[in-house]
Write a protein that binds this ligand. Structure first.
Ligand code: C5P
Length: 232
């Protein structure tokens, strides 16, 4: 599995997204489409970006009963996305249902990645709101291991956790890591960040980069810099 840079296309409309992607006349980046854009524009936006030659990570974070997730994943698989995700908190059975739904009649399927605990959830809210008493690191690694048992391909995690996830789940288990910033760039609202080069060193398989590329004066140059630092 090759390392790659995924651009988080956190735009609220088709027009803004396509205007942004129009700038990439050479290499077609792997892009992440999130809930905001998908709910605004529907499956058509996925088909359109796919038809332009981009790989797509559809970041919809499914979490429901196994049967509903299985059937919904079958729909996403037919959209021909390359990667999608769900919440590991939905249990191993839900994740197994997702794999079944995603698998096409010819045996192929998009990569399936789990969200363990959202980075917006801290230990205090886990304890108070969710009644989970264990340390957050232990919960994250346990959920990652559950994803592995269910047959998923990897997890979304901080680049700082990527090494540990590989230790627990094996080197082939993918780590998809946001929170990436250039050494000389703005950190913004991200708390724990790494440069693309550091993420590479620590073993991230994919980095998800939003504003350092989307808000750059020259997004194509920023993307190529990410590729140069992370993929080499
Ligand atoms: O603009 P920025 O590089 O911070 O964007 C990072 C992307 O990764 C956003 O789409 C954000 O929602 C997503 N993400 C994240 N932290 C997580 C999970 C996803 O920043 N823990």
């Amino acid at each position: 599995m090759g390392k790659d840079v995924i651009i988080a296309c956190d735009f609220d409309s088709k027009q803004k997204t396509l205007d942004f992607l129009d700038k990439f006349t050479g290499r077609k980046p792997f892009v992440k489409i999130g809930m905001e854009l998908f709910y605004a524009e529907g499956p058509a936006i996925v088909k359109e970006i796919k038809a332009r030659g981009h790989k797509i990570f559809l970041d919809l974070k499914l979490h429901d009963i196994p049967n509903t997730v299985k059937k919904s994943m079958a729909v996403l698989s037919r959209l021909d996305v390359d990667m999608t995700n769900l919440h590991a908190g939905g249990t191993i059975r839900m994740m197994q249902g997702a794999i079944e739904g995603l698998t096409r009649p010819d045996g192929t399927r998009p990569l399936l990645i789990a969200v363990t605990q959202l980075t917006s959830t801290d230990e205090e809210s886990m304890r108070k709101d969710l009644l989970i008493e264990k340390p957050i690191d232990e919960v994250v690694m346990h959920y990652a291991h559950n994803a592995k048992i269910a047959g998923l391909d990897g997890v979304v995690c901080s680049p700082l956790e990527a090494g540990k996830v590989h230790g627990v789940c094996g080197e082939k288990f993918l780590t998809v890591t946001p929170g990436v910033r250039f050494a000389d760039g703005d950190v913004g609202d991200q708390k724990r960040v790494m440069t693309p080069a550091e993420a590479k060193k620590i073993g991230s398989d994919y980095i998800v980069v939003g504003r350092p590329i989307t808000a750059a004066e020259d997004p194509v140059a920023a993307y190529e810099r990410c590729i140069a630092e992370f993929v080499g």
